[in-house]
Design a binder for this molecule. Structure first.
Ligand SMILES: *[C@@H]1O[C@H](CO)[C@@H](O)[C@H](O)[C@H]1NC(C)=O
Ligand SMILES: *[C@@H]1O[C@H](CO)[C@@H](O)[C@H](O)[C@H]1NC(C)=O
Ligand SMILES: *[C@@H]1O[C@H](CO)[C@@H](O)[C@H](O)[C@H]1NC(C)=O
Length: 448
């Protein structure tokens, strides 16, 4: 959430550990309007048709008044009516009560052709990026139990589009030390989904709008062996402030920078509100100027809160549409998705792990934190009872933390070959970036 406390996530493991019990047959809640979305190459697909995220961030009350918006059938029905008018296909929710029943709202969303992009953390259950000791302590079995219980609650709905393993954990240069923990949680979530025989629901990170290390984080989350790579990469971007254009905003450069990235990329938040918004971003985002690299995005945000990004004003059980709502609705109407595949790539290779580069990227290890030992049981027995939002104790100092690092992690490649043995994409990033990366090789060699 913009300008709010960051929620963190985390953890580790060995893929061969799940060879045991036979796959469990899972219940699914399907709807003809929301076929399951899968990842192929650098794009999302639903029923073999390219899928673009066209949506809004949805958390009435914001981070100061945490309430699960999709556990309440009445407020959900009120808002789904507005989502339909707006013409969207996805909502992002930052915090849910994983112990609540979501059947009614998930069905209302699915009936309207709307998917859910879900964060798996809560303010109480999150990684703590304060320092190295805090993040290590907060990556523990109690935290993972909460995360996995959230997966258990939402995996059955076919309109669960994706899970964010963490949101804006790294919010400046210095906090890049937290990256291995974010990657470990992502690894653990993907392994859990597989071990529990759920549908392959995509998992990835939502990065803060930080210029100095956003590209490194994207590369880092997509480097190494397949079991530690993400399924997508998302970032928040407030650089297009109306009046602006594709080139004035610098979005043209961000297409070039990621042109060889092999996973789907989308904007998990956008919509700068410095001036009156005309949402010119929509025309660019859903045009072939961008669709070979980007799969759409989510406008921040549905409801008007203290930070003034809202499209509607909620008052009790009623909603009034603000000017920005109508503006955005018109932009969606005027800018349909491109026909065909929009220039998507059907396949690609892992990124090269970015080298240590102080001050912006202070990741000096080639390994990931090991799965906290007590979390191993969840993979065979499930996560058990979901804690919900009522616990005040939370997870940051609970349970038993991870000890040590595992070698199963994606070793940085310094000679153009990624650890998975595939040819790296580094040679084709834009020249500005390449020279920065090459300059940093001196640093890496000294460290080694
Ligand atoms: C962050 O790192 C970049 C180098 O990429 C540097 O230019 C900038 O000054 C750093 N910011 C801070 C606050 O240290
Ligand atoms: C690696 O990074 C950690 C945390 O940022 C730091 O404590 C440690 O001293 C670093 N090690 C080296 C060899 O630079
Ligand atoms: C480059 O990578 C390959 C493959 O991992 C390795 O065999 C080779 O020794 C490396 N070369 C150098 C100069 O590090």
């Amino acid at each position: 959430m913009k300008a709010s406390t960051t929620l963190l996530a985390a953890s580790a493991l060995v893929s061969t550990a799940f060879a045991g019990p036979a796959p469990v047959k899972r219940d699914t809640v399907s709807n003809a309007n929301t076929p399951p979305v899968t990842v192929k190459g650098n794009a999302f697909y639903a029923n073999n048709k390219r899928f673009y995220i066209r949506g809004v961030d949805y958390q009435p009350g914001g981070s100061s008044n945490i309430a699960d918006p999709i556990a309440d059938a009445n407020s959900c029905a009120r808002d789904v009516a507005e989502f339909k008018k707006l013409g969207i296909n996805t909502v992002r929710v930052y915090t849910v009560d994983n112990s609540a029943n979501h059947d009614s709202c998930m069905k209302a969303l699915a009936d309207a052709g709307i998917y859910l992009a879900l964060d798996v953390n809560s303010p109480q259950y999150s990684l703590n990026r304060a320092d190295e000791a805090s993040i290590q302590r907060s990556y523990n079995d109690v935290y993972l139990q909460f995360v996995f219980a959230t997966i258990d609650t939402f995996a059955k709905y076919d309109n669960t589009l994706l899970f964010y393993s963490a949101n804006e954990v790294i919010n400046d240069n210095a906090t890049s030390f937290a990256a291995p923990y974010v990657k470990a949680v992502t690894r653990d979530m993907r392994a859990y989904i597989k071990a529990r025989s759920y549908r392959s629901i995509p998992v990835g990170y939502s990065a803060a709008d930080i210029d100095s290390n956003r590209l490194q984080m994207a590369q880092y989350m997509n480097c190494g062996s397949d079991d530690v790579r993400s399924d997508f990469f998302a970032f928040n971007d407030y650089s297009w402030c109306d009046p602006s254009t594709f080139s004035t905003s610098g979005w043209d450069k961000k297409v070039a920078q990621y042109s060889d990235y092999s996973l789907p990329i989308f904007l998990s938040e956008f919509g700068c509100n410095t001036n009156k918004r005309d949402f010119g971003e929509i025309a660019a985002l859903y045009s072939t100027q961008m669709t070979s690299v980007y799969s759409g995005g989510l406008v921040y945000e549905y409801s008007m809160e203290a930070n003034k990004y809202g499209l509607v004003q909620i008052s009790g059980s009623s909603v009034s549409e603000l000017d920005d709502f109508t503006t955005l609705q018109t932009q969606y109407k005027n800018n349909p998705i491109p026909s065909g595949d929009g220039g998507a790539k059907a396949s690609g290779t892992a990124s090269t792990c970015p080298p240590f580069e102080s001050p912006a990227w202070v990741v000096n290890t080639t390994q990931l934190p090991a799965l906290p030992a007590k979390a191993q049981a969840f993979f065979t027995s499930g996560a058990g009872t979901a804690p919900g939002l009522s616990s005040k104790a939370g997870s940051q100092n609970a349970g038993t933390a991870s000890t040590g690092f595992s070698s199963n992690s994606g070793v940085p490649a310094t000679n153009g070959t990624s650890s998975s043995g595939k040819k790296s994409a580094a040679s084709s990033v834009s020249t500005g970036i390449t020279s920065v990366v090459l300059a940093a090789f001196g640093v890496i060699v000294m460290l080694l």
